[in-house]
Design a protein around this ligand. Structure first.
Ligand code: SF4
Length: 343
């Protein structure tokens, strides 16, 4: 079904923008990347915010900016340094693409960010949403954005009752394009995101505090809890594995995740081969559980002492506990390392 058209006056694009901007002036979230409109800061924050909660990003953003204060500093840094500052944020491909894009900005654009959404999208890791966010927030261009929060607000506002996500968001992009005002586009887009995060929440939205309540089709028709229509979730896949803490004297074996593996390029403890039998002297250090996409993994952590090192390999190293702390590790790898400290 096509989204319902909004009537004129308060529900027109201009009316929605005016209401939302007035609300934003009073209620905006105070976030460190909003201290300036520097495109570098906007870009780094937007990449960090993909799939990571705002509160978690705050701390990482500040630390990242201290180490890489501008695009030139990021471009000049070794990759291991960038990954180390990303450790714990997950989705490390984002960090690699951020690094690659910084090098491109320096090499191809003399260190200046391109200004149009189309040019921004030619950089690694910058898709339609991130390009719209940078172009509108840093350069005040009337570019729309659709991400989890704004998608929810727009879908409810217009009563969009088709499944959303990926290519199915196209009608919402069209509506976002109609709504975004010619001036203050960046403020408007941030207001949409803040409204989604603070008022038009996934469950129990605060419609009685919403500046768009009078214009909202979902509220007027009593379908707030039904919208947006989310695609069916994939079934959770349970996996069991054993991580090995292999000790040779005071050193421990770590392995770098290879291309095609989760956490490519980061360090972790080796996993036992399937069907491997328990060796004499193995000691169970504990069990950790973690999730990756729709996989739920239960991982036993076993310590084993070896009399000689395993075969040399380019992805394998023997490190001391102090060196372990300095490596960029996978999230489960870091949890296993903490387990070593505790046992
Ligand atoms: S009225 Fe309710 S459902 Fe509609 S946009 Fe506002 S908070 Fe969301």
């Amino acid at each position: 079904m096509k989204p319902r058209r909004r009537s004129e006056s308060a529900t027109s694009s201009r009316g929605v923008a005016g209401l939302l901007l007035a609300w934003y002036r009073r209620h905006r979230r105070d976030l460190p990347w909003r201290e300036s409109r520097d495109p570098y800061r906007v870009w780094v924050s937007e990449i960090m915010l993909q799939q990571t909660q705002v509160d978690r990003v705050r701390e990482y953003f500040t630390r990242f900016m201290r180490r890489f204060p501008d695009v030139a500093a990021l471009a000049a840094a070794p990759e291991r340094d960038v990954l180390k500052h990303w450790e714990g944020l997950g989705y490390y491909r984002r960090a690699r693409q951020l690094h690659a894009a910084a090098k491109r900005v320096v090499a191809d654009h003399e260190g200046e960010f391109p200004r149009t959404a189309a040019e921004l999208r030619s950089l690694p890791g910058i898709g339609r949403y991130t390009a719209g966010a940078i172009a509108s927030i840093a350069f005040d261009l009337p570019e729309p954005i659709v991400e989890a929060n704004s998608r929810r607000v727009i879908a409810r506002l217009v009563g969009h009752d088709e499944p959303v996500g990926g290519v199915r968001d196209e009608p919402l992009w069209q509506i976002a394009g109609e709504l975004v005002p010619p001036r203050n586009a960046g403020l408007f887009n941030q207001a949409l995101m803040d409204l989604g995060a603070m008022v038009c929440t996934v469950s129990r939205p605060l419609c009685d505090r919403c500046p768009l309540a009078a214009a909202c089709v979902a509220r007027v028709t009593g379908r707030v809890e039904e919208l947006p229509v989310l695609p069916r979730q994939r079934a959770v896949k349970q996996i069991r594995e054993t991580a090995l803490v292999l000790r040779i004297g005071r050193r421990i074996v770590v392995e770098r995740r290879r291309a095609g593996e989760w956490w490519e390029g980061l360090w972790d403890f080796p996993r036992a081969a399937r069907g491997e039998v328990r060796a004499a002297g193995d000691r169970l250090l504990g069990t950790i559980a973690y999730s990756v996409t729709h996989h739920r993994i239960t991982c036993r952590v076993v310590e084993r002492r070896l009399s000689r090192p395993p075969a040399a390999a380019s992805h394998r190293r023997l490190v001391t506990a102090a060196a372990l702390a300095r490596l960029a590790m996978t999230a489960p790898g870091r949890r296993i390392a903490r387990l070593l400290d505790e046992t």
